[in-house]
Design a protein around this ligand. Structure first.
Ligand SMILES: [Zn+2]
Ligand SMILES: [Zn+2]
Length: 387
């Protein structure tokens, strides 16, 4: 029988917006939610639509410095200026709105830990770039790190598996837990050689107690379904088997999709379905089902609502009709080029892969998979031998 699934939602999620022309358009959350509604998703007795509220300043302080929190509070009053002088401009009321995003992820972990649901999804969360004393990459407060800290402090968990499939490296989460073995961090992303935040290389493996508990899989431009699925199916079950997680957190950014305007990976709906199946299976095998999923990136309004809906429907075990309802397509038509609204929820026209590139990427993926597997065996094999 499917487990209880919580969909966390607050109307302020739609106000997390940096203005016209900015790549992050929170309409994606509404488009995604309505696609599910048109599939009668919320009528399913196993699905709970759960509201949330802004987190407290104390919650922010578990990760962020007081100075940084005050900096955002001031920016928020006028809406003038910038979080990082680059692509994350200030907007009015951003303090409250960013706190609601964090509140959503806190609600997600609390609802799972108190047993009212087993899986939770916060499409308004996943701000993996925010660090203790700085924001950037559209991220203000790091809801993921705050929720993980809560799992450790309030619920006394010792083994949390964090998987980040967003196209960008999860640098904030990595940095905050870099010396901490209580969080096993795995990020698959486009290489920092070609994409923001220009970090996340293979040799960033953690320090101190956290040594070995940080895995980065930087991917070349053009990485395709088969290669990605190969890596994740080789590595994730192995880590889960050794680490025996008590809780899984997934940053489910959809920006590694081939239609995404910011990244250069070539994934289709096939990969996301396979990841959802894998993560769902592992959550039941090791964590009694406990997992929380967060929206994170995804800048194609064609791809992101569909990909998120596929992930959610797989994990909630609710059927999603393959055809996208006409009402949805006409309502959001203005967001699609030349009336090119998607017709099916899965990808109809996956990109063709050049044979040379196919060979090159396949070879790279085989090699990095083997190196990472060796490191995992070293981490666990070695410690077992000296015990
Ligand atoms: Zn389940
Ligand atoms: Zn991203």
């Amino acid at each position: 029988m499917p487990s209880k699934f919580g969909f966390i939602y607050h109307e302020d999620f739609l106000k997390y917006n940096f203005g016209k022309g900015h790549p992050l358009n929170s309409i994606r959350i509404q488009m995604h939610k309505e696609l599910l509604e048109l599939n009668s998703f919320f009528n399913n007795p196993n699905i709970k639509l759960i509201s949330t509220k802004p987190c407290s300043d104390e919650d922010l302080l578990t990760v962020h410095t007081r100075d940084y929190i005050e900096f955002i509070r001031k920016l928020s009053e006028t809406g003038v200026g910038s979080v990082d002088d680059k692509d994350t401009p200030a907007f009015k009321n951003m303090f409250e709105i960013a706190k609601t995003a964090v509140g959503g992820t806190i609600t997600a972990v609390d609802e799972v830990m108190n047993g009212s649901i087993l899986h939770a999804w916060n499409p308004g969360g996943g701000f993996h770039h925010a660090k203790q004393d700085s924001g950037g990459g559209f991220c203000i407060f790091n809801d993921i790190a705050i929720a993980i800290k809560r799992l450790i402090k309030k619920y006394n968990l010792q083994r949390i598996l964090y998987l980040d499939i967003d196209a960008h490296h999860g640098n904030g989460v990595q940095e905050i837990f870099y010396d901490d073995s209580r969080v096993f961090k795995i990020s698959l992303h486009e290489s920092g050689e070609t994409l923001y935040p220009h970090s996340g290389f293979e040799d960033e493996t953690g320090i101190g107690d956290g040594e070995g508990y940080n895995i980065n899989i930087p991917l070349p431009i053009g990485t395709f379904d088969e290669a990605y699925i190969h890596i994740i199916y080789q590595i994730l079950p192995l880590i889960a088997e050794f680490y025996n997680p008590q809780f899984i957190v997934l940053a489910a950014g959809a920006d590694a999709h081939f239609l995404d305007p910011l990244s250069h990976l070539q994934l289709t709906s096939t990969t996301y379905i396979r990841i959802a199946e894998l993560v769902h299976g592992l959550s039941h095998k090791y964590c009694g089902g406990k997992c929380v999923l967060l929206g994170a990136g995804g800048y194609s309004l064609n791809a992101t609502p569909r990909i998120w809906s596929l992930i959610v429907s797989k994990i909630a075990e609710v059927e999603l009709k393959d055809e996208i309802p006409v009402e949805w397509r006409s309502k959001y038509n203005e967001y699609f080029n030349e009336n090119n609204a998607p017709i099916r929820v899965v990808d109809d026209n996956p990109p063709k892969i050049d044979p040379e590139r196919y060979k090159k990427i396949s070879k790279y993926v085989d090699e990095i998979t083997n190196r990472v597997k060796e490191n995992i065996f070293m981490l666990y094999g070695f410690f077992k031998l000296i015990k």
